[in-house]
Design a protein around this ligand. Sequence first.
Ligand code: ANZ
Ligand code: ZN
Length: 712
Amino acid sequence: MRDIPSYDPASLEAKWQARWAERHTNEPDLDRAARPFYNLMMFPYPSAEGLHVGNMFAFTGADIYGRFKRLQGYDVFEPMGFDAFGIHSENYALTIGTNPAKLIPQNIATFRRQLRRFGGMYDWRHELSTTDPAYYKWTQWLFLQLFKAGLAYKKRAAVNWCPKDKTVLANEQVIDGRCERCDTPVEQRFLDQWFFRITNFAERLLDNQHNLDWSSSTVLLQRNWIGRSEGAELIFETPSGKKITVFTTRPDTVFGATYLVLAPEHPLVDELTAVEQRSAVKAYQRDVQSKDIVSRRVGDKTKTGVFIGSYARNPATGEAIPIWIADYVLMEYGTGAIMAVPAHDKRDFEFATQFKLPIRQVVAVEGETLPSVSENGVLINSGAFDGAPCLEGARKIVAWLSGRGLATPRVQYRLHDWCISRQRYWGPPIPIIYCEQCGVVPVPEKDLPVELPLIEDFRPDDTGVSPLARHEEWYFVKCPECGGQARRETDVSDTFLDSAWYHLRYPSTEFHDRPFDAARTKQWLPVSSYIGGNEHAVLHLLYARFICLVLHDLGHLHFDSPYPKFRAHGLIIKDGAKMSKSRGNVVVPDTYIQQWGADAFRMYLMFLGPFQDGGDFRDSGIVGQRRFLEKVWALAHEAAEAKSAPVPALEQKLHRTIRKVSADTEALQYNTAIAAMMEYVNELTANFARALWCRAAWRRKTCLRGCLRMRR
Ligand code: ANZ
Ligand code: ZN
C-alpha cells in the first residue's frame, strides 16, 4: 500500500480556497439563482487588533450554516462587510493620533485577510464598507426619505457630557455616572439634535414580533425595551385651578396616593413653587442638572427631593396632598409627574420613609408586608370600591373618574425616539442645509453624497459641536432653494443608521444609481437566516426593523421584517469574563490557525459548547480536534484504494449519523454534530476492517467516495 501523505492544513486549505475562487463556489448568480438563500451574519467594526476568537466563534457558526445550506442545494449568498464608521473606530484613532480615514483601511485589510484565511465562504464581489461614499450616499438618502415623510425632526435634548474628554457620550459609555474612558463624573448638557420617530411604530414593532422566528431571549429583550404599559392618566387639581396630569399603571391605588412628585424639569414647577421654597427648589434643580442621565434611571440609590410648598387635590379622596420634586421621576416618561403610592410602590415607599410622608395601605394581600406591590389583592380604604380585586377596581375607578373628566385610559411605551445626531467627525454628514430665507432645506438627492471632508483636527473639543463646525470652507454652501448663503448641518449620523439597512445593500452593491435594486431585492430579501450577538437585541435589531417598516410603508420594500429568522450566538468566556477588547482578555486566532489549521481551529471553537450558549476558551483541546482530522484524512486515503462490500452494521451507523448531524446542524448544535461524527469515525476505526459507503450517501456529499479498508 502506498504511503499516505501527511495532513498539512496550510497547503490543503489554500488549495481548496483557490478551487472555490476558480469555480465561483461562493458567488451565486444573483439574477438567476433558482433557490436563493441569504445567509447573513453581523458585520464587524474593524478594530485595530483584528478579529479575536470571540468574533471568529460567531462567524464560524454562521458560516457552517451557510455551507450546510449550500450542500442542501441552495444558492447561498453569504456577504461580508465592515461597519467602519462610529465611535469605536474614532476613539481608537484618537488614542493613537492618526486620522481614522487613514487608519481604518489598514484595519479592514487585516480583517479581510483573517476572514479569508479562516475559510469563510464569502462572496467578496459584494463586500461593502459603511465609510465608502458609494455606501453612505444611500445612508443619507435614507435620512432624506424619513425627513420627507415627517419622521425626522430636531429638538433640544439632554446629552451626557464628559468635561475631561470634552465630548458627548452615548449612554452605554457612562458607567456608574462616570466616563468609561477617563472615569470623570459625567454632566448633562442640552443640544439641538436630530431624532427619528420610532415611537410612532412602537405598537407595530410589538405586534410584528409574532411573525418572527427569533431566539426567545432576543424577543424578550426587545419587548422589555419597547416597554408597553397599560394604565391611565389621572388629573390632580391645585387650588388655583392648575391641572397636574400623572401617568399610572395602577389607578386602583389612587386612594393611597398621599403626595405628588414632579420631575425637576416639569414645566409647572416654577409657577407652583411657593415663595418660601423657591431657593431650595432652584438649588435642587441645579444639582440635578449637573448629574448624568444614566444614573437617574437606576432606581436603587438614596432618594433626594424637595417639597415645593403647594398642594393638589387627590381626585378620589378629595384630600389636599403635597407636591414634591425628585429626580427619580423622569421628564421623558409618561407625563413627567406621578402620584406617589408609598404603600404599594417601592421607590415611593423609600421616599416617603425618608421624608416622613404618610403611607396609606389600599390593597390587602394575604401575608405581605409593605410596600406590597402585588396586583392580586383586594382594595381596602377605597370608599365604594372596597372589596374589589385590583384589576376590576382599576377599571371601575377609571370609569368613575372619567365620568368627572379626571381620568383617561392610556397606553405608554418606554421606547424613546431615536437620537441620530452625533457631534463627532467619523460618520456620514446629515444631509441638511440651514438657510436664513428658506429654513431647514434637505440636500437635493442629486447632490448626494455629502462627502465627509478629510480634516486634520478631527478631535472633539469642549464647544460640544462637531469638529466639522470648525470648517467654514466645508459648511458654507449655497442654499439649494434660493441660492443664498447657507450652512450645512455639521453633525454626523449614528452608526446604528449605517447598519440598519446594510442587508439591503449587499445584493445590489454594483448599482450606483439606486440604494437597492428592485429585482435583486425581490429575489434575495428578506434575509433567510441572520446570526449575531444578543448585545444588539435592542439597538441594531430594533432599528433595522423600524427602518424596514418605514421603507415598506413608503413603497420601497415588499416585506416589513428584514430578518424573519434570527439566532443569537453565545459568548466566548476567557478567564471568567466575556472576551472583549474593553476587558483586555482577547485572544487573537492567527497563531492558532497557523499552528493547527483553520479547520481544526474552527472545529475546536464549535466543540467548546452549544453554539447558542458559548463556552470557555482554553488553549488545550485543539490538539484533539487536529488528531481527529488527521484520522479522517488517513481513513479517506485508505478508502480511496480499497474495494469491498458494505458492512450492514456500519451502514446503519452511517445513516444514523447522517440523520443526527443534519438535524443538529440545522439547529446550530454543532458540538453534538461533531461528537456524532467522532463517534462514527471511532466505530469505523475500532470495530471493522472493511466498510463501504453507499452511493446515495456519497451523492449527499456527507461522506467519502468508494470503499474503505481499515488500517490495522
Ligand atoms: C402609582 C403607582 C402605584 C405606580 C403603585 C406603581 C405602583 P411602568 O410599569 O414602568 O410603565 N411613573 C410614571 N411616570 C413616571 C416617571 N416619569 N418617572 C418615574 N416613574 C414614573 O411604570 C409606571 C409607573 O411608574 C407608574 O405607576 C408610576 O407609578 C411610575 F402601586 O403610579 B405608578
Ligand atoms: Zn434659501
